[in-house]
Design a protein around this ligand. Structure first.
Ligand SMILES: NC(=O)c1ccc[n+]([C@@H]2O[C@H](COP(=O)([O-])OP(=O)(O)OC[C@H]3O[C@@H](n4cnc5c(N)ncnc54)[C@H](O)[C@@H]3O)[C@@H](O)[C@H]2O)c1
Ligand SMILES: N[C@H](C(=O)O)[C@H](O)COP(=O)(O)O
Length: 330
């Protein structure tokens, strides 16, 4: 059975459309459907010297993969013409509309997964729409209280307790409740989506040297250690809290299935240093499959044809793989 995968190229002035057009030059083992503006894609293809045939998406027709050099399209109009590398808040609503449609059509079963290209959070907010990231947006749209951001590259998976919040709020956001929910979703999805029977998860402390017995902060003693105890008593295999500056060594990572970091810039710089361009962002805990790139809009590279397709390609491959496994298990 051919599965349908929604693709949102993201910010139209960034590299998302370039990468999708490049990837549409090959054939895929799924029906990829771009949710985007046709004229914007055609103009970008022309600029990049790529040939592209856009095929109107009909969800009632049989799902078939597009031939190389073509792409199924669900039309969403940009509000204003797109200038390469130049953000325009008039198109903020367009970006959000592509995400809303992808979400709705994953929820109703039209698509088996969504792969998202990079969006610019700032310009969406400048357009008057409160937006902190796809992870939070899809959670809200699907009425899911708790989801987990996990990025994965060869040999390393990093999941986050907190995502796109100011650093000043992180300590307050690390509660027993949040830790239990995040660790449970991570543990469950490592078992069900990645086939790991009893995941071994390394948990970072929040403070330098995991708080140094309370001398450098008390979150470990007051919240993290007691919560890990509760979860380990329930059968999980959580190791920590460990000092985040030294846990990212092969001798620890080789024995682990994932690292749980307390906040965005504790875990992701390590992951991206190891695997930028070869990593995938997966939202765990959603009622549908969502993968994404490991990079942003790279406005400096839009239209140049030099942006690396590696992460977008991996995100599509991972979405297809997860969707095929889900279909087989249903
Ligand atoms: N998945 C997403 O939607 C996502 C992910 C990360 C950042 N962002 C957003 O992107 C915007 C810009 O963020 P940023 O400047 O911190 O990060 P960025 O990833 O856009 O750029 C950082 C650097 O990496 C380079 N780079 C990025 N992608 C590349 C690629 N595919 N090939 C080669 N080089 C690449 C850029 O040229 C730049 O030098 C922000 O609004 C941020 O929130 C979105
Ligand atoms: N935290 C992600 C990263 O650094 O790659 C990125 O901001 C995208 O997050 P969403 O998938 O929630 O938009």
């Amino acid at each position: 059975m051919t599965l349908r995968i929604a693709i949102t190229p993201g910010e139209p002035a960034g590299i998302g459309p370039d990468l999708l057009l490049k990837l549409a030059q090959q054939t895929w083992d799924a029906q990829l459907v771009a949710i985007a503006d046709a004229n914007m894609l055609k103009q970008r293809a022309k600029h990049l010297g790529l040939s592209i045939k856009l095929i109107e998406f009909d969800q009632h027709a049989a799902a078939t993969p597009a031939p190389a050099g073509s792409l199924y399209l669900h039309q969403v109009d940009v509000a204003e013409p797109v200038e390469l590398g130049v953000l325009n808040d008039a198109n903020g609503q367009y970006v959000l509309d592509t995400l809303r449609i992808a979400s709705e059509k994953n929820m109703d079963g039209t698509f088996a997964a969504v792969v998202t290209g990079p969006v610019h959070k700032g310009i969406i907010n400048k357009a008057g729409i409160s937006f902190s990231g796809h992870t939070e947006y899809f959670a809200q749209q699907s009425n899911t209280a708790d989801v987990v951001m996990m990025l994965a590259t060869q040999g390393l998976r990093v999941a986050l307790v907190t995502t796109h919040i100011p650093l000043a709020y992180v300590s307050r956001a690390i509660t027993e409740d949040r830790l239990i929910k995040v660790a449970s979703i991570l543990n469950h999805d490592l078992q069900t989506k990645f086939g790991i029977e009893k995941p071994r998860i390394l948990v970072c402390g929040l403070n330098p040297h995991a708080g140094e017995d309370g001398h450098l902060g008390r979150e470990e003693i007051d919240t993290i250690i007691p919560t890990l105890e509760i979860l380990n008593n329930q059968g999980m295999n959580l190791i920590g809290p460990l000092p985040a500056d030294t846990l990212f060594q092969d001798k620890y990572l080789n024995e682990a299935d994932a690292v749980l970091a307390m906040y965005h810039d504790q875990g992701l710089p390590v992951l991206k240093y190891k695997g930028f361009g070869n990593s995938v962002n997966i939202t765990l805990g959603l009622p549908f499959i969502r993968t994404s790139v490991d990079h942003g809009t790279a406005l400096d590279l839009a239209g140049k044809g030099t942006a690396d397709v590696g992460s977008f390609e991996l995100a599509i491959r991972e979405a297809i793989k997860l969707a095929q496994e889900k279909a087989q298990n249903q």
